[in-house]
Design a protein around this ligand. Structure first.
Ligand SMILES: Nc1ncnc2c1ncn2[C@@H]1O[C@H](COP(=O)(O)OP(=O)(O)OP(=O)(O)O)[C@@H](O)[C@H]1O
Length: 251
């Protein structure tokens, strides 16, 4: 179970402790997350699922330090990022967090290698060329480092985005619908790749998805309903996940 933050005191890569967040809409507050606590063990692949509007993106944004909860704590490793001021948070994110988005977000004028190493450049860090070669090989782009993104398929572009997320050796890679723009065969390859980064590189991956097949690649699936945690499943099949989604919020 991932719902009890106290269960992984030493090995949690990510802990959310009682986080709540509302958005203002006119004069009313729309609650997006309500007292969510969870711990994600290091070196695991976690999927976050729930209906549209259940708070998945808000959870990811708060967990990754892209947004702040109104109350509660977010810890990445031993650092309480919810206490960091904006410039310290930006620096922390650059060094400790990797992102993969549905829309790849590669810069078209840069080569695959330059896109991959951009986070190091932004952080003022040297490129370890052996690690770059290793990462490009691990994501299946060996020999394609000098290509521009438009010379790659959609699946290859997402692989490049995953390489870019891995290059800083982040504590956690956050992926928001990483296969949303891909056909099912290519999506499967990208999910296998995320799985591979967990097993081969001991990477911690947290992925938001609405797709039970994508979620079934994770070690654990946590469910959100109406801004609250609504249980989790371990090593679930896509059928298990789809069945669980069908009666989410009813227990
Ligand atoms: N910027 C915002 N301003 C106002 N309300 C917002 C804002 N962002 C999200 N919300 C509201 O917060 C709630 C949670 O939204 P969130 O985007 O986290 O859900 P989600 O599960 O990721 O949805 P989806 O699967 O549709 O992307 C929803 O009620 C949504 O309308």
């Amino acid at each position: 179970m991932y719902s009890n933050a106290a269960e992984f005191p030493g090995s949690a890569a990510l802990q959310l402790q009682g986080i709540s967040k509302s958005y203002r809409s006119g004069s009313t507050a729309v609650p997006a997350l309500r007292d969510v606590s969870l711990a994600v063990p290091a070196g695991t692949f976690t999927a976050v699922m729930g209906p549209s509007g259940s708070g998945k993106s808000t959870l990811l944004q708060c967990a990754a330090g892209l947004d702040s909860p109104d109350s509660g704590k977010v810890l990445l490793g031993n650092t309480e990022i919810s206490r960091l001021r904006s410039s310290a948070l930006t620096r922390f994110r650059r060094d400790h967090v990797g992102f993969v988005f549905q829309s790849y977000n590669l810069l078209p004028q840069l080569t695959v290698a330059a896109n991959t190493t951009l986070p190091l450049l932004l952080a003022g860090r040297e490129t370890d060329h052996e690690w770059l070669d290793y990462v490009l090989e691990a994501v299946g782009l060996a020999g394609l480092g000098e290509r521009k993104p438009q010379e790659l398929s959609g699946g290859q572009q997402q692989r490049a985005a995953i390489a870019r997320a891995l290059i800083t050796r982040p504590d956690v890679v956050f992926a928001d619908e990483p296969t949303g723009a891909l056909d099912s065969g290519t999506a499967r390859q990208v999910l296998d790749l995320l799985r591979h980064t967990v097993s081969a590189l001991n990477q911690t991956v947290v992925m938001v998805t609405h797709d039970p097949i994508a979620a079934s690649h994770a070690d654990s699936v946590i469910f959100l309903a109406d801004g609250q945690l609504d249980g989790s499943l371990g090593n679930a099949s896509s059928r298990d996940v789809a069945d669980r989604m069908a009666y989410l919020g009813e227990r």
